[in-house]
Design a protein around this ligand. Structure first.
Ligand code: BES
Ligand code: ZN
Ligand code: ZN
Length: 496
């Protein structure tokens, strides 16, 4: 999809659809909506009076052949309360419009920003909304809907003075939206198409194309480095593990600047291992590599946006299988850090592979860590599929992430990490055990386990088990992988 600016007066824009948004108030069309109303000879005002055009969030109203405009259609999307409008709502509005029109075989559209709305931030959000809404999970369907595509989208509704900001937003939104879809594509791959090796190959190809340094550690190198926690998970599978390391080094690195370590869980399939999962719903465990995919996607955006801090991405990739060599409950493993771990449940494997990845990221020089992982079912109990669970060891680092999440329009919620929870994973026969002995708090004990390996280095853990996959399509997003937390992390890294 090509995304451009449209500077012509709205009445003379030749497009299959003009799109804009209206608010949930009874004031009738104002500002740029009044201009659009003239195209319809006052129809919008009438529909607003009769209650057919309410401005209720994400409600759609399609008008065909507006009399006084060159466009073939006028689509209005509700944006809710005028005073609450923000870029997060605009992102959804743009996504809803794109999916609505695409489903009706409309191939090009012009999105009209409302008066005062032509900012870089808004243009970026609209483009991110377009691109993420355009993503489909039909890669393996042989009867693709050939006529359902939008190949041209433009943004209109800015003054001469605002044009440069809109263009900047379009460029930035393009980079971020495409990176998010890149991550979603990886997550969407079934495990027979995306083994740890294939994931590493794809990450390597991306890094090379983007001009990033990349190193992939194979099973021999992993063993040499004594990454015993990662190996313990991998030993149950015939597919060898990989440790993927991608590095971005800024041209203008300042001495003493933070070095960000981004660590992402990439279990390309999680059967649970010997502590095997029930069959019902197990197919979804192909998305247990979403944390890794997110971090690889972040690096793709980082390469283009060129922040001023160094970023090291470390992705441990493995399957979790119950093969003849699989680890068994009660087995004691030694992590790369030297800590011993009693594996009480082989299904708590994410924290094991993250233990070695976090340790390795520190060894490579990371001073500030963030990990993302589909770590626990318990986070779904706590936050459903609405918020990402956030855990942190350093409040000022965590606050930066939460602020970035707000700006990026991703819902995240911090959970507590009191010392009491740490007691839950004190080991009986080894230094620590991989599941809690207390009742409840499963996401917190999971987080504490990883934190043991972060030590004093400021660290954040994002539990995306509930949010990385949409079980149902949304009007602005296809069913399946969401790419959640990518935008927040890009924001965080570029704000340092
Ligand atoms: N990959 C799962 C977590 C998960 C659950 C992701 C649901 C996505 C959706 C993880 O490896 C796991 O199995 N965790 C266990 C931990 C338990 C054994 C302490 C869980 O949550 O049940
Ligand atoms: Zn598991
Ligand atoms: Zn898992």
């Amino acid at each position: 999809m090509q995304i451009t600016v449209e500077a012509k007066p709205l009445a003379s824009v030749e497009s299959e659809a003009l799109v804009s948004y209206v608010f949930d108030d009874s004031d009738g069309p104002q500002g740029r909506a009044a201009e659009l109303d003239q195209f319809t000879g006052g129809l919008l005002a009438r529909l607003n009076k009769t209650g057919e055009l309410t401005g209720k969030a994400l409600e759609t109203t399609l008008i065909h052949a507006p009399a006084n405009a060159k466009a073939a259609r006028l689509l209005l999307v509700g944006a809710g309360k005028r005073e609450q409008l923000n870029s997060a709502m605009l992102r959804k509005v743009a996504g809803v419009a794109l999916r609505y029109l695409k489903a009706r075989s409309v191939h090009n559209l012009v999105f009209v920003l409302r008066e005062g709305g032509a900012t870089e931030e808004n243009a970026q959000a609209v483009v991110e909304g377009f691109l993420t809404a355009d993503f489909e999970t039909d890669k393996y369907k042989t009867d693709k809907k050939k006529d359902k595509f939008v190949d041209n989208a433009a943004i209109a509704g800015f003054t001469d003075g605002e044009k440069a900001a809109v263009e900047k937003g379009i460029a930035r939104g393009g980079i971020i939206g495409e990176a998010q879809n890149f991550a979603r594509d990886l997550v969407n791959e079934p495990s027979n198409q995306l083994t740890p090796k294939i994931l590493a190959d794809k990450a390597e190809a991306m890094a090379k194309e983007a001009g990033l340094a990349v190193e992939v550690l194979d099973e021999k190198k992993i063993a040499q480095l004594k990454m015993g926690a990662l190996l313990s998970v991998a030993q149950g599978s015939i597919e060898p593990p990989r440790m993927i390391v991608i590095t971005y080094t800024p041209a203008n690195a300042k001495a003493g600047a933070p070095v960000v370590g981004l660590i992402g869980k990439a279990v390309t399939f999680d059967t649970g291992g010997i502590s095997i999962k029930p069959a019902d719903g197990m197919e979804k465990m192909k998305y247990d590599m979403a944390g890794g995919a997110t971090m690889i996607g972040v690096m793709r955006a980082v390469a283009a946006l060129k922040p001023s801090v160094k970023v090291i991405c470390v992705v441990p990739a493995t399957e979790n299988m119950p093969g003849g060599r699989a680890q068994k409950p009660g087995d004691i493993q030694t992590a790369m850090s030297g800590k011993t771990i009693e594996v009480l449940n082989t299904d708590a494997e994410g924290r094991l592979i993250l233990a070695d990845a976090v340790h390795y990221a520190k060894q490579l020089g990371a001073t500030h860590l963030v990990d993302a992982a589909t770590l626990t079912g318990a986070i779904v109990v706590a936050l459903a599929n609405v918020n990402v669970g956030v855990f942190g060891s350093d409040q000022s680092w965590t606050d930066r992430l939460l602020a970035s999440a707000k700006e990026a329009g991703e819902k995240m919620w911090q959970l507590p990490m009191d010392d009491e929870y740490r007691e839950f994973i004190k080991g009986s026969f080894a230094d620590i055990q991989n599941i809690g002995s207390g009742k409840g708090g499963g996401s917190i004990t999971g987080a504490w386990f990883i934190r043991e390996f972060a030590g004093d280095t400021p660290w954040i853990h994002l539990d995306i088990a509930g949010t990385a996959w949409n079980d149902d399509a949304k009007p602005w997003l296809a069913k399946g992988p969401t790419g959640v937390s990518l935008r927040t992390l890009v924001k965080l890294v570029t704000s340092l």
